[in-house]
Structure formats: structure tokens, C-alpha cells
Design a protein around this ligand. Structure first.
Ligand code: MRU
Length: 336
């Protein structure tokens, strides 16, 4: 994401890795379309998109409080699970309303907030990456799921940021990346990032993950999160729960890596996390290609919830939390 005032530019992730195409967005509805179609995606980047979307609202619709509040509701409702999106929108709204109500001043505060939030993400990714890499045994095989890299945060990434730092420090043995059906964030996006970074890696079908873990090649599983409840239950890309169950079965540590803004103080347990369901067509085909009969239904949740008891640690920019999470997460959130 690049701020190009009075618009923003995004790398269209639906076209990767075949084409690198930047799109210019100038309206709230264009930003909502980009989020809904996963042109931009990944919880931390969605937070940035929420903040930038509010800056677009200020340009397009004016800076009156009622208009900004309406735009905030529309943007936050675009994808339900990633709490960062509504966090970014809300924080930007508060920044806009926190000073003089002169339109130019409000627009300035919205753009400055979006820029500062992007810088914060990059800074926090680095800190998180260092904490996470410190948990890995030298030469570890690390399995990750979905895409949690630069494409998902604008910085070095969360789980993939840990893998990048471990590689730089010479601690990483090998990275295993799931393809991540149905939209192939692993096969298209994580594989693209790993290849560009020169990290030794193998791609696997999601269905091979249990056999891979059972083979003893994996010493840690690390994923990101879309929302973390106060008891540690963590929502993330569909398939994450299965990875955590298999990791526990084979006594392999399972880590969640996410900024503290992914922890939702309003959410006591995973049961309260809204689950995003997506269109059947995403399972029965890809892009313009169809391989299942038209009209067939599908069970297509975008996320699942991993119970906190299966999570060995939650890695953040402010340190590492371990269970019981109802004690460690409030402590983590209370830190400056
Ligand atoms: O549907 P997506 O591609 O937005 O899903 C992304 C994930 O599940 C990520 O693991 C999560 O958002 C964290 S990204 C650092």
C-alpha cells in the first residue's frame, strides 16, 4: 500500500504471482471492493486499509462527523473476522475527531494517522520477528499457513517475519508453506515472498501437513491470526485449527504471531469471534476456471478458531505470552 494523496495505491494480490499491478483507489467503495475481493488482505494490512479508507472518505465525502461515522461503519463491515480492520477504522475516526473540525485539518489528521500506522506496523513487525526467532531451535524446520508476510502487513510480516529473521540469523533449517486452499495465499503469495527472499522452502498441499509433521521434519508451526480472544482462542485462515491439533499430537510447538492490535479485549472466548463465510464459487473453481458443476453448494468458511490450550505461545511486538492467556494477555496489553 502506498499513500498517493488524495488516493492510495495497492498491489492487486489477486494477480500475483503472474502480474504485479498497482491499482489507484480514490473512494470508500473502491477500497471496500478491494478488501472484499482480497486484492488487499491479511489482518494487519486490513488495519492499514481501514485507516487509509477513512482518509479517502475525508476526501470523497467530506469531513463532517456524521459522514465519517457512516464511512467507518461501511468500511468495518467489509470483512468481519479481522479485528484490525475495525481497529484501524475506529482509531482513524478518533484521530480525525480529536482536533479542530476544520475540513483541511481533519483531512490532514486522517492522512497523517494512516501514514503513522503504516510506520508503526513496519516497526512492530521487526520487534515481533526477533521475539519469534528467539523461540526456534537452530536449524528448525518451520511450517506456516496462508500468507503472513510483507504482503499481509506492509512490514516484514508476522509469522513469515519470524521466518525471515530466523533465516537472516542463520537459525532456520527449512520453511514449509501450505498452499492454502481455496484462494492459494500460500502457493501464490507466500511462495512468491519466500522465493524473492531466497529462503529455502517447500510448498505442500494442505492435505500433506499432517504427514509432514508426523515425519519429524517440523520443529515449530507458526501462523498469524485475525482475532485473538482474551482466553487465547485465535481465529485464523481455515485449516489453522487442524494444524494445531496435529502439532499437539506430535508434541511440536504451535505458535501464533500477531501484533497486539489483533487481541480483542471485547472478546472473552473464541465463541464470540465472527466467522467469515465466502462464496461457493471459490471452492468449485479459481478465477474464470470452473471444475465443479454449477449450482453445487459449498461449505467455505474463511477462518477457523484454534483453542488457546493448543497454542504454545502468542508472539507479539511487546513480547511472548504463554497460557493461561486470561492472565498473560491483559499483562501484555497493559505494557506501553
Ligand atoms: O483471507 P486472508 O488472506 O486475509 O487471510 C489471512 C490470514 O488468515 C492471515 O494468517 C492473518 O490475516 C494474519 S496476516 C499477518
Amino acid at each position: 500500500m502506498r499513500l498517493a494523496i488524495p488516493g492510495v495505491e495497492i498491489l492487486d494480490q489477486t494477480l500475483l504471482p503472474r502480474r504485479e499491478e498497482w491499482l489507484r483507489l480514490e473512494t470508500v467503495s473502491a477500497m471496500r471492493e478491494a478488501i472484499a475481493e482480497l486484492r488487499v488482505r491479511g489482518a494487519p494490512l486490513l488495519g492499514i486499509c481501514g485507516a487509509a479508507g477513512m482518509a479517502l472518505a475525508g476526501e470523497e465525502r467530506g469531513t463532517g462527523e456524521a459522514d465519517l461515522r457512516t464511512a467507518a461503519e461501511e468500511l468495518a463491515a467489509t470483512r468481519p473476522t479481522a479485528v484490525e480492520l475495525s481497529w484501524g477504522v475506529q482509531a482513524a475516526l478518533e484521530a480525525a475527531l480529536a482536533g479542530p473540525d476544520d475540513p483541511g485539518a481533519r483531512r490532514g489528521r486522517l492522512w497523517r494517522f494512516a501514514g503513522a500506522h503504516m510506520e508503526r506496523r513496519a516497526r512492530e513487525d521487526l520487534a515481533l520477528g526477533r521475539y519469534g526467532a528467539g523461540l526456534l531451535t537452530p536449524g528448525a524446520g518451520v511450517l506456516t499457513h496462508c500468507n503472513t508476510g510483507a504482503l499481509a502487513t506492509g512490514g516484514i510480516g508476522t509469522a513469515l517475519g519470524v521466518i525471515r529473521v530466523a533465516h537472516r540469523e542463520g537459525r532456520l533449517g527449512h520453511c514449509y508453506a501450505t498452499e492454502t486452499r481455496p484462494l492459494l495465499q500460500g502457493a501464490r503469495l507466500t511462495a512468491w515472498e519466500l522465493a524473492r527472499a531466497g529462503i529455502p522452502a517447500s510448498l505442500l498441499p494442505d492435505t500433506a501437513a499432517a504427514a509432514l509433521i508426523a515425519s519429524g521434519r517440523v520443529q515449530a508451526v507458526i501462523t498469524g491470526a485475525d482475532r485473538i480472544a482474551m482466553n487465547g482462542d485465535s481465529a485464523n485462515k481455515i485449516g489453522t485449527y487442524g494444524l494445531a491439533v496435529v502439532a499437539a499430537r506430535h508434541e511440536v510447538p504451535f505458535y501464533i504471531a500477531a501484533p497486539r492490535t489483533t487481541i480483542d479485549p471485547e472478546c472473552g472466548s473464541g465463541k464470540q469471534i465472527p466467522i467469515e463465510f465466502r462464496a461457493a464459487g471459490e471452492v468449485g473453481g479459481f478465477g474464470n476456471q470452473r471444475w465443479s458443476p454449477e449450482g453445487l453448494g459449498a461449505y467455505n468458511p474463511a477462518v477457523d478458531v484454534t483453542p488457546g490450550e493448543l497454542i504454545s505461545a502468542i508472539i507479539t511486538e511487546a513480547g511472548v505470552a504463554r497460557g493461561p492467556y486470561y492472565q498473560s494477555l491483559p499483562e501484555l496489553l497493559a505494557q506501553p
